[in-house]
Design a protein around this ligand. Structure first.
Ligand code: SF4
Ligand code: SF4
Length: 406
């Protein structure tokens, strides 16, 4: 069957593309944090610094440095870049960077809160489509709920204006939200609204909130911990999921469940991917900032980062006896959000179990019926029988509960 055609884009299989004759691209996807700064100050945010933070602004990669980076990425075979932050539209050179990426042929995903979308930017996205939907974070249906999260007066009206500009020009976007104690009552109407404005089945919810990945604010971390979904609520909600959603989750566990031993990196989605922070540090992903895992692009090239540094990081092994005795033996490992980045944010290590994530993974497993109340997943001997793919279960490749919120 010949590959589908969509507009001026012809889709071909990667192994048939003349770009990489007989070879796999060294990098397929780049996450690029354009700034840590944001025009909002969300209660749950694991990244943001104030929009006008002079030190952050001064230290960010300059336009030409970002462009060189994008060129280097494209030279390694990269096809897609995600421009994120903070709020990437805060950068005065955002339109130049965006156009540069698109002229290189990169599909461009943009994470934004939409408040800084101007008519000119919406026009640009319509004229030169990003080829990936924008992902827009919205925190409430009403000004009160939204701004209780963003702590920024005027941000609700600005976000709605930005969304309207995108919609008027038919620029595709997805809505994302964070399920927090203050906006949980709006969940169903919010989902209906998101369906109406974007056409998506339902918004992606962030619920198991990340701590600050730069480990820079204990007070904020305490606030974030207080906003996290309680495990008992997670168990109840999981048990009440529609049959198709339960089948999706069970299908995922069936496809990927099993102990990981001393393997540290078990995330399914990172092959061929890399990330660069606002200051030119190459990372495995934007959340993982442990000094042993990062590579300073001022001291070496992106190619070296991808060919030498990344494989060395991927090959790292877990050493913490507590981790090896629990996570190393746990059949929920691929399902659980525990990973080196979360261990870094919570404990400053790469391989310490994160009690909150452990508790919510267990709560979900109990809600799905693969664990009994009080049972510990790493002690279960008959896990294979329990996770035998149920009839009709889907979800083999999707990782439905992963939340990398940046
Ligand atoms: S969650 Fe998003 S919109 Fe809110 S402060 Fe953080 S980066 Fe900004
Ligand atoms: S559920 Fe607990 S033991 Fe299992 S991988 Fe997650 S943190 Fe480790």
């Amino acid at each position: 069957m010949s590959p589908p055609r969509t507009g001026y884009v012809r889709r071909v299989r990667r192994d048939e593309a003349p770009l990489w004759p007989g070879a796999r691209p060294l990098l397929t996807w780049l996450d690029l944090e354009l700034t840590e700064r944001c025009n909002c100050d969300c209660v749950h945010c694991s990244v943001n610094r104030p929009a006008g933070d002079p030190e952050a602004k001064r230290s960010e990669l300059a336009t030409a440095e970002v462009e060189r980076l994008l060129e280097a990425a494209a030279g390694l075979g990269c096809l897609s870049v995600r421009l994120t932050g903070g709020e990437p539209l805060l950068r005065e050179d955002f339109a130049d960077i965006y156009l540069f990426a698109r002229k290189l042929g990169l599909r461009t995903m943009i994470f934004t809160n939409a408040a800084l979308v101007t008519p000119a930017l919406a026009e640009l996205f319509a004229r030169v489509p990003p080829l990936e939907s924008l992902e827009v974070s919205v925190y409430g249906l009403e000004r009160g709920t939204h701004e209780a999260v963003t702590r920024t007066p005027g941000s609700f009206a600005a976000a709605r204006r930005g969304l309207a500009l995108l919609a008027e020009r038919r620029v595709p976007f997805y809505i994302k939200g964070a399920l927090l104690p203050g906006n949980a009552v709006e969940r169903e109407p919010f989902e209906r609204w998101a369906r109406g404005v974007s056409g998506q089945a339902r918004p992606a919810w962030v619920r198991f909130l990340d701590l600050r990945s730069r480990r820079d604010d204990d007070g904020k971390n305490a606030l974030i911990r207080g906003l996290r979904a309680a495990p008992e609520d997670v168990r109840r909600d999981t048990a009440a999921l529609p049959a198709a959603d339960r089948a999706e989750l069970l299908g995922f566990i069936a496809a990927h469940g099993g102990p990981a031993g001393d393997r540290l990196f078990t995330c399914l989605s990172t092959g061929g991917k890399g990330a660069v922070d606002a200051y030119g540090t190459f990372q495995y992903c934007l959340l993982l900032r442990h000094p042993e895992t990062v590579f300073d692009l001022k001291k070496g090239t992106l190619r070296t980062a991808v060919t030498d540094h990344l494989p060395a990081v991927r090959a790292m092994k877990a050493r913490d006896p507590e981790y090896l005795g629990r996570c190393g033996r746990c059949f929920l490992k691929a399902f659980c959000l525990q990973c080196p980045a979360k261990s870094w944010a919570e404990h400053g290590t790469l391989d310490t179990p994160v009690e909150y994530l452990c508790a919510v993974a267990h709560a979900q497993a109990v809600g799905l019926g693969v664990l009994a109340e009080g049972e510990k997943a790493w002690t279960v001997e008959d896990w294979k029988a329990r996770i035998d793919r149920p009839a009709g279960a889907g979800g083999g490749d999707r990782q439905p509960v992963r939340e990398c919120s940046q």
